[in-house]
Design a protein around this ligand. Sequence first.
Ligand code: AMP
Length: 290
Amino acid sequence: MELIHTVAWMRQVAAEARRGDCPLGLVPTMGALHEGHFSLVREAKRQCSPVVVSIFVNPKQFGPSEDFQKYPRTLDADRAALENLGVDYTFAPAPEQIYPSGFRTAVSVEGLSDKLEGRSRPGHFRGVTTVVLKLFEIVQPRFAFFGRKDAQQVRIIRQMTGDLALDTEIAVCPIVREPDGLALSSRNAYLSAGDRRAATVLYRSLDALRREISAGDRDVVHLVATVRKIIEAEPGVALDYAEIVDADTLEPVMALRKTCCALLAARVGNTRLIDNALIEPAGESFIVTL
Ligand code: AMP
């Protein structure tokens, strides 16, 4: 595996790789890699060759009072793991490579970016789309792999690739969870033992939602109230939002009809975690995927 630090070198290597017979795949990450990331890498390896994994803790997607400085950085371990997975290139640029002095451009997907996560984290998605477009432009992958863990992010990036007619297809991979249901996240490293136990409440609330939907409940107000009640009953956990939204518009729905998403965010101790469930119509019933 080759470790690449500069935009110029990454661009050149990717240009050569695109001349091959197989599609080039990109897995964008912020590092501190875990099984969630590895599942994306394995899927990328299945569909693409070569595979580029980017590791870049993107300052523009962190708010001024967020955890940019203390975000876990574990490049040596990440690199060894990616080597083992048979990744061809790891692109780990310094911030000045991506944002040289005088950088002034931003990409923003209107409407979808200021709801839900965007409401709680103003400017977050603008930072995400700006860096993802730049990575797409440097690597020009045929496929890019993202996790449904960040469902709103996937929706926004798909909108961006469509609007800008980018020649990169977005592949979405399932959420990888711990045995007790907690979605893997680099931020789980911040959780104390007590926080870690409490953090399962996100999954437990979505699992309760799934049970209610299978039992025939279609009343969104009631379903959301169930999720809220479970989370609000957990000591040390502060709910930020819990909403059931249309998967396309991200607008709250009144009743379950089309494909929807239950999205939630909560602070567990000092750590902000997100989770979601996909709710898809299947004949008269719905399939809820956690
Ligand atoms: P991050 O390093 O947090 O920016 O995540 C990089 C990519 O990994 C994003 O597409 C995430 O959605 C994905 N990802 C993070 N955690 C998980 C998980 N538990 N399951 C699946 N994908 C994940």
